[in-house]
Design a protein around this ligand. Sequence first.
Ligand code: BOM
Length: 141
Amino acid sequence: TAEVMSHVTAHFGKALEECRTESGLSPEILEEFQHFWSEDFEVVHRELGCALICMSNKFSLLQDDTRIHHVNMHDYVKGFPNGEVLSEKMVKLIHNCEKQFDDITDDCQRTVKVAACFKVDAKKEGIAPEVAMIEAVMERY
Ligand code: BOM
């Protein structure tokens, strides 16, 4: 659900600052990670893809090929309140997006395409959080 996704985003987003330098993601592109879900934020910058890889690696969410680690992602999401209702759906949506962009060899570029696809599909499925929902749970992490 969107509520659960707000928790996952609030927690995952804490890793952004540690990843800014190595990813080259400037605050002008994305100031706070929760804005990822904003209607007017476009998921297009290669640097965001690099940042997502760096952030995911902080939680061991990727395999060596930078595709998601299904078991670790499942466990990570399950760790949040009601996480078990979202974990399977989230892994499925991300994996489905990965399959669509498997031909892109640049890891950062492929990852930003996967993330954009995931944002669209999560909205369709009704599991995309509002920025305000994320902000409401930020202080808990
Ligand atoms: O193959 C690339 C795998 C990484 C994709 C990550 C997509 C995540 C989009 C950003 C939204 C994040 C919200 C919660 C993060 C959980 C990973």
